[in-house]
Ligand binder design. Structure first.
Ligand code: ZN
Length: 354
C-alpha cells in the first residue's frame, strides 16, 4: 500500500458524496502523523456542519483545523455537532476548544467513559493497573515510566460531556444523510464505525487503517475479580461484523481512503497469523513464559519504550492462542505464565468474508 498524500479536500460524487470533506491535523505522536477529521456539510444553508473526530488539543492542530475549514468555506463556529469514532486524545482532544467556540454538541458511544477513565484514572484505578502489570511480569520501573508518559499526554486533555450516548444500530438523524452506528470494540471499548448507506461509505476511525494494523489496546479490568476483555478476539469479531457492508470507499482516521476494506481485513489476518505463529514458536522453546518475557522475545527493541502496545500485542495474541486451545495459562507465584500446546493453523479468510 502506498503512502499517498492526504490533504484538505471536499470529495465529489464520483468518490462518495459532495457532502463529505476531510481535514488532516498533526497529532505530534511519533510515527502516527496526521489524524483525519471528516466533515459532513449541511443539506442547505439552514443545516449544521458536523465534524467526525477533532484532532489533538494543541495549537498546531487548532491552526490546521481552522485553516482547513477556511479552505472549505466554513468556520469552527458553524460546527453544530461533533461525533466521535472513539475517545482517544487524537480524536477527542480538541473537542473542548471547538465547543467553547461553537457551542456544539458532542455525540459518542456509551462506552466513552471507559476510554476517558483509562486516560484520566482515579488513584485507586492506578493502584489496580500496577497490580495487573505485576501479574503480567512487567518490571515496576517500566510501569512507572509508561504511567508518566500517559500523565504527560493527559495534561492537555479536557473531556467534553456527551449530550447523546450512541449505541450499536442507532441511525443518526442528519437531514438527507443517514449514518448508522456500528459498534466495533477491539482497538478500544468505545470504537464505532459509521456507515453511510446512500454513498456506501464507511468512516472507519481506527478500526480500519490503510498503512498500519490497528493496535488492540490492553483493557485492564475494573476490579480484581473481573475477567479481562480479550481485545484482539473482540477486534476479530468486529472485523467479521463490518466485512459484509458493501462499501465503495472507507475513510480512515489516519492515511488515504481505502478502496477494498475486505482485502485490507484479509491482510490483517495474515499479519495476525504470522504473529500467532511467532509467539507459538517462542513458547515452544520454553516450558512456561510470563507475558513480559514473551514481549521481550517478540519485540527485542521496542519492549522498553513501548511497554503498553507490546503488552497489548502479547496478551491479545495469547488470548487467541488460548481460545483456540493452542496455549494454556497458569498462575505461577502471582505471575501469569503461558505454555505451548500446539501450532495454530492459518485463518481461512474465504470462510470469514465469504
Ligand atoms: Zn485510537
Amino acid at each position: 500500500m502506498t503512502n499517498e498524500e492526504v490533504d484538505v479536500r471536499r470529495f465529489d460524487n464520483s468518490e462518495s458524496s459532495p457532502r463529505i470533506g476531510r481535514i488532516p491535523t498533526p497529532t505530534g505522536f511519533p510515527g502516527l502523523g496526521d489524524i483525519n477529521s471528516y466533515l459532513i456539510f449541511p443539506e442547505d444553508d439552514s443545516g449544521e456542519l458536523i465534524l467526525i473526530d477533532t484532532g489533538v488539543a494543541s495549537e498546531e492542530a487548532w491552526q490546521a483545523l481552522t485553516q482547513g475549514l477556511e479552505k472549505l468555506d466554513c468556520r469552527v463556529a458553524d460546527i453544530g455537532k461533533i461525533i466521535l469514532t472513539h475517545g482517544h486524545t487524537d480524536h477527542y482532544g480538541q473537542a473542548h476548544r471547538i465547543q467553547q467556540t461553537s457551542g456544539c454538541e458532542l455525540w459518542a458511544h456509551e462506552n466513552l467513559w471507559l476510554t476517558v477513565e483509562r486516560m484520566l484514572p482515579p488513584p485507586e484505578r492506578v493502584a489496580l493497573e500496577k497490580e495487573f502489570y505485576a501479574y503480567w511480569g512487567v518490571d515496576r520501573e517500566l510501569v512507572d515510566a509508561a504511567l508518566a508518559r500517559r500523565a504527560a499526554v493527559a495534561k492537555s486533555f479536557k473531556p467534553v460531556e456527551p449530550s447523546r450516548l450512541l449505541q450499536d444500530g442507532d441511525v443518526l438523524d442528519i437531514p438527507g444523510f443517514s449514518l448508522e452506528v456500528v459498534h466495533t470494540p477491539g482497538h478500544c471499548p468505545d470504537e464505532v464505525i459509521y456507515w453511510q448507506p446512500e454513498g456506501r461509505v464507511i468512516f472507519s476511525g481506527d478500526h480500519l487503517l490503510p498503512n498500519i494494523t490497528p493496535v488492540c489496546l490492553l483493557q485492564i479490568p475494573r476490579s480484581r475479580d473481573e475477567a479481562r476483555a480479550r481485545s484482539l478476539v473482540e477486534y476479530q469479531q468486529s472485523l467479521a461484523k463490518v466485512a459484509p457492508y458493501p462499501a465503495r470507499v472507507t475513510y480512515p482516521s489516519h492515511g488515504p481512503p481505502i478502496d477494498d476494506h475486505r482485502e485490507l481485513m484479509a491482510s490483517y489476518h495474515l499479519s495476525t497469523d504470522r504473529r500467532l505463529l511467532k509467539i507459538s514458536r517462542i513458547l515452544q522453546k520454553e516450558e512456561w513464559m510470563s507475558p513480559m518475557d514473551i514481549g521481550k522475545a517478540l519485540f527485542p527493541k521496542a519492549w522498553k519504550e513501548q511497554m503498553v502496545p507490546v503488552m497489548s500485542e502479547v496478551l491479545g495474541h495469547c488470548d487467541v492462542l488460548e481460545a483456540g486451545g493452542h496455549a494454556a495459562s497458569e498462575d505461577r507465584d502471582g505471575v501469569i505464565h503461558y505454555r505451548y500446546i500446539s501450532t495454530p493453523p492459518p485463518t481461512d479468510t474465504r470462510r470469514l468474508f465469504g
